[in-house]
Design a protein around this ligand. Sequence first.
Ligand code: AMP
Length: 188
Amino acid sequence: MRLVLVGPPGAGKGTQAARLADTYGIPAISTGDIFRANVKGETELGREAQGYMSRGALVPDEVTNAMVRDRLLHEDVAAGFLLDGYPRNPDQAVELDGMLADNGTALNAVVEITADSDEVTTRLLKRAEIEGRADDTEDVIRKRLAVYAESTAPVTAYYEGQGLLVRVDGIGEVDEVTDRLVDALRAR
Ligand code: AMP
């Protein structure tokens, strides 16, 4: 299973990615988590990414693409993977296609988790209280939603054109959404 999970910040991608990874026995790869770990570890990559992340902007493609290319060479992705938070724009999607083609593979499906922006803003502000993520402030949330609409939403059209897109409603109980995701993937 080689999957991509797309959806606005706050749609529950991280939670659902962990559950799907468990269900299919594949690693969930979150580019946001990798960046945060590097910021925390004060690595060169972390220093490069930090300014963009704190503003809610995308880290430049060349940095992000190189990081993903490297991650997809690890042995644990041989049986598949689930990408959460990548690709974030059409150029990254084209780049990912190239990486997979180089490995003689391709994606099986791309799942879009949908949620309206009022709902996701409420969820993110709640998460800010619990997790204290630096980019969960109201201003930065607004910016991240704008970046999603402008740069990431077109990625779904790209995959729809390839016949890979599956859309799932992200509003509801966590278990309910997981069931919808698994059902939608099974139906493909
Ligand atoms: P996330 O945890 O997916 O919400 O990502 C947090 C932040 O990491 C984003 O707001 C971006 O600054 C950065 N980031 C994560 N994934 C990407 C990506 N594919 N391309 C560029 N920046 C990214």
